[in-house]
Ligand binder design. Structure first.
Ligand SMILES: [Zn+2]
Length: 202
């Protein structure tokens, strides 16, 4: 389950539904006055996420590896996000769920359907390419990219170790996320291509 923690919806997931938009006004308007209330909500949000993952047969929650000290957002919002991020990681094992981290690079800018750069307009993400053209909630699009990035990294590490990719579902997601990875510029195409050819992934 890919997860995007953000300032419009505190938790958005790759399985669409999210949690925490009702807290935003409280955080904005009376953070200090309601700090205790907000802190009480953080475990509730985490538990909501564990249950939503279980309901969707996901035993891995994928979060972005965020650097809160350099985050450009309201300091109260950063406080809430940091606590939520810590809490989700701390208690997941009680629910049989593992939390994995991936790089946050480009996750909000690229299309979760085709991997190319799209247009983000407040709450909405649009892909401008004719053969794709999706419109998606921007946070859900980000959460899908987060989940897809983890699957790519897992699949790529399996290929390197000579293991077979799990099944057609993962293979499909793997293909789709190739462009995400290439955008990251963390992999040189020349190293990737022999592997892709070997496994007929091009
Ligand atoms: Zn697209």
């Amino acid at each position: 389950m890919g997860v995007d923690l953000g300032i419009r919806q505190l938790i958005a997931t790759s399985a669409y539904y999210g949690w925490g938009d009702s807290l935003l006004d409280t955080i904005k308007n009376d953070f200090e006055g309601s700090k205790r209330f907000i802190c009480e909500q953080i475990p509730k949000g985490s538990i909501w996420l564990y249950n939503w993952s279980i309901e969707n047969d996901a035993n891995v929650i994928v979060l972005e590896n965020l650097n809160f000290s350099t985050m450009k957002a309201d300091k109260n919002m950063v406080f809430v996000l940091k606590n939520l991020w810590d809490y989700i990681r701390k208690d997941s094992h009680k629910y049989g769920i593992r939390v994995e981290l991936v790089s946050p690079q480009y996750t909000s800018q690229i299309c979760s359907n085709c991997g190319r750069k799209g247009i983000r307009d407040t709450d909405e993400f649009r892909c401008p390419y004719n053969n794709c053209h999706i419109t998606e909630n921007a946070d859900v699009n980000g959460a899908k990219n987060v989940g897809a990035r983890y699957i790519f990294e897992k699949a790529f590490s399996d290929i390197r170790q000579g293991k077979k990719l799990w099944d057609s579902y993962y293979l499909a997601v793997f293909r789709k996320t190739l462009s995400i990875r290439i955008l990251d510029a963390q992999l040189e195409r020349s190293k990737l291509e022999p592997l892709l050819n070997k496994y007929n992934l091009t």
